[in-house]
Design a protein around this ligand. Structure first.
Ligand code: AMP
Ligand code: MG
Length: 502
């Protein structure tokens, strides 16, 4: 285990008022730590809206003191950052100790709405949990997380958010030497299924951790009794399961492939976390896999709900001793909740999908929806483009859809769809407008994101900033952004790969 870095500690008052309820309540799951030096910090991206919601001053964040803090080179004046410990199942195999190998929890802040959030640095140097890794991160992947997480937020999907990316001026070895960078991200918390997998091995930690998570994320459950039927911990398991089911349904509705749904990347808060190898699909294909290491397709697009249920079963196992001191009763109780997963997930997905095709209030249009998915799959239609094209169709503009689904298949489905809308009494124009408010036009398409990150690596941030502007206003059509709505050429898609932990 490396010692706490003994370089002279620089303190920064750029952000003050940090709290540390997690480190205080669960000290054995944390190690006081600090970041590595940043020889030449340069601000690459900063998020004024998020800063404002946290009551942070932009000029201060941009100052030397601000950059020292956001790069990890300085620690906050009024608190000691920590690296946190957790375990996790990675690709199905149990890793007993993972932890923040290159992250540093600076502390907690209260946002404008009074919600407690974590401010965490990623890429700030080695920690006792770095295992074989160097503890650092590089510009491309940190800008990638920044842009995709902010796109997800703009799409209304629960997610960690990104406050800043600072290039450190340190050279970091990957296949070549690349520019080091640190991302500052904000999360409702960094508690994961993996945090519970670690705590479950230590009877003294498990209940305090569960009570902490309940108070922080599900305060409505605090009043429930500790024991007996319908106790607090069964309620907790059910609440996490429900939030995660809702989350992954949202991923599926926008065509998001997380890419590395290990249990240490499944949050208790129900937020999306860790944007390493993620990607959005262009053509609809349930078997789509982008991650270079996902050879078996475990985390393929269409497999995400199944994998989530598997992760929730691992979470259930950690809760057994809290749920009941009778092992059989505990297993029965969590199993009963786990068996509700499919119905909950399907309800979230169906509701979301009906809204995407304007069928609000419909309850018996499963065949119509299934047939659309079958057509989209058969013709490898562009996922994002199809729903905007359907709205255009309702306005009498048939050209966009014509390029996505051939006429024979298209026309009979469209006739049935219009019939269903008429039966529900939905005005076609208003339905089209409603659809355009929930079906994005601009998502971070892989070819555009790749090109923007390549330019950023060469110090040209303009393509990144333009793409960021489009994907953070994903529903608003602007002529100069039309190219962002176009699917990638097949030649690009055929060879596109994403990478973990870079
Ligand atoms: P991930 O699946 O990307 O969330 O990461 C899994 C684990 O690997 C976590 O414990 C990370 O902190 C750790 N990790 C990833 N990259 C590095 C790195 N460059 N140095 C040290 N640890 C890392
Ligand atoms: Mg992770």
């Amino acid at each position: 285990m490396p010692a706490v870095p003994d370089s002279p500690t620089r303190a920064s008052s750029a952000i003050s008022g940090f709290e540390r309820t997690f480190a205080d309540a669960l000290a054995p799951l944390t190690v006081p730590w600090r970041g590595a030096d940043a020889p030449e910090p340069t601000l690459l991206a900063v998020n004024p809206q998020l800063a404002e919601s946290l009551g942070l001053d932009m000029d201060t964040l941009r100052s030397d003191d601000g950059l020292a803090l956001l790069s990890g080179a300085a620690t906050p004046v009024d608190t000691t950052p920590v690296a946190t410990a957790y375990s996790g199942h990675q690709f199905g195999g149990y890793a007993p100790l993972l932890g923040d190998g290159r992250a540093l929890l600076l502390g907690e802040l209260l946002d404008a709405a009074g919600h407690r959030v974590d401010l965490q640095l990623k890429g700030s140097g080695p920690t006792p949990f770095s295992r074989g890794g160097d503890g650092f991160a590089v510009v491309g992947p940190m800008l990638r997380e920044y842009l995709v997480s902010e796109a997800m937020f703009a799409l209304g999907i629960p997610t960690t958010r990104s406050l800043s990316v600072v290039a450190t001026g340190r050279g970091v070895h990957r296949t070549e030497v690349e520019r080091g960078a640190v991302l500052a991200r904000v999360a409702a918390s960094h508690l994961r299924v993996g945090t519970f997998e670690l705590a479950a091995r230590n009877p003294e930690l498990l209940q305090p951790l569960a009570d902490y998570a309940i108070a922080r994320h599900f305060p409505e459950l605090v009043e429930l009794p500790e024991n007996g039927n319908d106790n607090r911990y069964i309620g907790f398991f059910e609440a996490v399961l429900d939030r995660q089911a809702a989350l992954v349904a949202k991923w599926m509705l926008v065509g998001f492939v997380h890419g590395v749904m290990n249990t240490d990347n499944t949050t208790i808060s129900g937020e999306t976390i860790d944007y390493g190898p993620c990607a959005f699909i262009d053509a609809f294909d349930p078997s789509a896999v982008f991650s270079s290491i996902d050879h078996g397709g475990r985390y393929a697009f269409g497999n995400q709900p199944t994998v989530l249920k598997w992760n929730l079963a691992r979470f259930a196992e950690t809760q057994l001793t809290l749920v009941s001191d009778q092992p059989r009763a505990a297993i029965d109780a969590v199993t009963e909740v786990l068996t509700t997963f499919d119905a909950r997930y399907n309800r979230y997905f169906d509701e979301g999908f009906r809204a995407k095709v304007g069928l609000l209030g419909a309850s018996d249009e499963h065949e119509l929806i299934d047939d659309l998915l079958t057509l989209m799959n058969a013709h490898r239609s562009d996922w994002t483009g199809t729903f905007r094209a359907l709205a255009a169709e309702l306005r009498g503009e048939s050209t966009p859809l014509a390029t996505l689904i051939p006429a024979d298949d298209r026309n009979s489905w469209l006739k049935r769809w219009r019939g269903a809308l008429d039966r529900l009494g939905h005005d076609h124009q208003r339905t089209a407008d409603r659809m355009d408010r929930i079906n994005p036009l601009y998502i971070p398409r892989n070819h555009h994101l790749d090109a923007a990150l390549a330019a950023a690596a060469d110090a040209d941030l303009a393509p990144f900033e333009q793409l960021l502007a489009a994907v953070t206003q994903p529903f608003d059509q602007l002529d100069e952004r039309d190219h962002y709505a176009m699917p990638a050429p097949e030649s690009f898609t055929a060879s596109f790969q994403t990478f973990c932990g870079t």
